[in-house]
Design a protein. Sequence first.
Length: 366
Amino acid sequence: MNSPTAILTITGSDNTGVSGIQADIKTIEAMKGYALTAVTAVTIQNTGGMLNIMDLPKDMVVGQVKAIVDEYHPKAIKIGLLRDAETIEAVRNEVIGCRHIILVPGILNSQGQQLMKEATLEAWKQILIPEASIIQLRCSEAELLLGMNISSDSDMIMAAKRLTDMGAKAVLLRGGHQVENRLTALLYYDGKKEFFSSENTEGWQKHGVGGTLSAAIATRLAFGDTLKDAISRAHDYMHAQVVYGVKAEPTAINKSEKTLQRKADIYNEFTTLVAQHYREAHDVAFYADKLAITTRYLSRVTTDVVGYPPKQLIFNYIMQEACSLLKTSRLSLGEISAHLGFSNESRFVAFFKNQHGVSPGVWRKR
């Protein structure tokens, strides 16, 4: 029998389950990995934000890490909230042999409050960043870590280069706001740069998104993906389960909680399938068949849950990917149309114009 693929997450606890250890366990297991944990801090949180935080003693944190590493030899290790320089050094000494070390420092909380002292930031720079397979930061966190302002794409590239100069093999910077109503992310590795953008600013700024994304990347790296493939698959998971995912929330007395939960589950599974198959399947029947339900029922589910028919949700996903490719790549319209599953360029142009009101060529030049 094959042993499970083990991923260790070293970070703080979040009693709401939206971020931290709890969210990482859910993400790793949803992506078929085996979640192992080392808790670094206990927090008191609710939907309003973090109310208090208590760091665990160094020996307790390091003891957890050592016990797991010695026995399970995890394929990837994610390191999140660590706020003590001595603990940072001791943890580094235990994980240094792991091939994939994913860093997501959590310098700021979701309310923008700084969670670390300057001495801790220095320890991250000197001790952990040189060991990173990839470090993931929000632009606002990179500004604090590097002591620079990030207000343009070129600033993001400069910040990423400085982080790789410190030793990180790759950098994923998130949360750039260079264009109004859009979020920009940058992947930088081996001197290569790739920008991504999204108009879903609300979804990508949800509490816990960054931590969940890093756990998903760690899981895919543990399974042997290349860095680019790991990020792509983690991105697809995030779209389906977090950014566009929903929870069952009763809104009327005649709607049972069980029925709402079932519809939410179907909707989330549908968005997962769209993320996996949008390049090959644009028709609702394909997804209804995968879900073993009728197209009529799928339409009822998505309309009840988010107010849109499934066809429009598929189109929205294709449009988002189309806009991202138009803005961040040099692919021709023909290459983009083929990438998105259209039989020819003219069909893609007609689809884009119908959805956006202008041709993709005109939109690209804006």
